[in-house]
Design a protein. Sequence first.
Length: 634
Amino acid sequence: MKGKNLMFKYIFSFAGLIFLFCAIVALNSIIGKIPVRIDITEDKLYSLSDGTKKALGKLDTPITLRFYRSRKDNRMPVQLRSFSERIKDLLDEYVINGKGKLALQEFDPTPDSDSEDSANMDNVRGQMMPDGENFYLGLAVNCLDKTVSIPFIAPQDETKIEYMITSAIFEAGAGDAKKRIGIITDLPVMGEDVLAFMRQGQPKPPWIFVAELQKRFDVKKINISESIPDGIKVLILLHPKNLSDEKLYNIDQYLMNGGKLIIALDPYCFSESRTSPQAMMGQTIPPGSSNMEKFLKNWNIKFSDAKVLVDTENSMRNINSPEMEVYPTVLDFRDFAKKSNDPAISDLDHVNMIYAGAFSAPSSPSEGLKLEKIVSASPSSGFVEAFMAELPGAQILKDFKKDASEKNLILKLSGKFKTAFPGGMPSGTKKKEEKEGGKIEKTDAFIKESPDTFVLLLSDVDMFADEFCVARQQYLGRLIVQPFNDNLIFFQNIVEQMSGDSDLIGIRTRRIRQRPLSKIMKIQAEAQDKYQKEIFDLEKKRGEAQQRINELQHGKDGKQKYILSSQQVEEIKKYRTESAETAKKLKQTRKDLRKEIDSLQTMIQVVNSSLIPALVILAGLGMWLKYHTGKRSK
């Protein structure tokens, strides 16, 4: 009877474990339906930034996200599967934060399917695999009759994927009208030619950076004797010089109205000396400098308008010259994207800056403003007088002294800006004319503080001149323009970014933190080291044997010509045998190395797969034993 009761206890206990398992599965399914997500990763890798959340909160038109990814028949490359899942998780976050304005549709474009036709119509491109089939990983954002596509999302894009998606959402919802961009400059960037009559009326084309901007924006050169025209999304000040208080006031009030500024200054504008009317008539004009001292002082920032930056760590070098000639005042940044996590530079590699200056700024600027230091010079930097910019490198470096001060090349200011004219409109400034009730009235619409907006400061202008960012060559009668650095892309990026929604500008790139298993990597390294020396010795021995064979075969004297002596034949046979044995040992050693590393990886996979289930089983057994031990003690 006692044995029977014990058997029933075991049956009930086993049934209890099955019930507990079913309850956990059911609870997990129920919780999975609840739209509550918690991101406990250190860098919030699975959460949207505050800028995106604020931007999504402003949506007033339904938008559909069509996510294309290959899933069937294992057509998605293994290395992209987890990446595609992360994108799907991110899109789910968009839908949750879209407050009903975002809908997500997922498609698997199999060959010759309706989904593949839909992908092609949405300009989502298939990527060819070795077997000739295509796989898809892209996104189309649709709002009413407008669709904005991300044709293929590559793993390299993961740091800026949130910016790409949010930007596409807002571009789709913005309609078809081009955004208006204003440029204030005396440089002939729009293609003006003051001496066209001297060249039989041949017009000069706009600078390449303007031509590229005109493909996406309505670009206007602005005369700021009057107030800035309405509808200007971004105002670009390129080498602003000798601006009167009246003109500065108009720019100030544009900013106070929430406008965005890109200000490019230069201590030694080489392009000015090449494009001025005097230069066209053969006169030598020294490059001039520019500053916006009234504005910068108001923001607690200074600019080196009389000195040029030298950065020996990032100086341009001519590696083809015998002495590797150096150009200390021409900056050659490689891996430019590593300078900052700003999306505007996240995909850039090579940027040049020519005779640039630098900004000095405190950790915190004027009250109400936030300062971001996008790009700074290296510790191996300092200043030389601007007139020395074009001297030979050796002469510049002869008396050059670096200093420890921080030198910023690109800055971004954000927040609520205070007017640079606290006393109001300067005397002599024309008042804004307004029409009301058929009458013309002149009003002083003076604003003292702006809403949240942005200002981007650049310390160089020449970097956007054609001769410093593109090469021209004739091919079959056509002019081919080929960029030789990323300067043009950089300018397009910052204009694109600044012309977007203010919340969009605030989005940072997503940090993808690598978390290597250092202990495991150490074990793998030890296994590698264990065999590496032996592999090196064997390869060296095999090489020496082969070299000796070659020497014997080519070491015949004049009488031998085609016949080797018996001694040479024996030696060659010996070395060939030795070489074959060495190759065999080398092959086995490499095999042993792979076997040891594969065994380690297999062990890791087994531990990873079985550890959690084993802990759950042990916990269950512990609870069961505790329950029955306590029952017996009673």
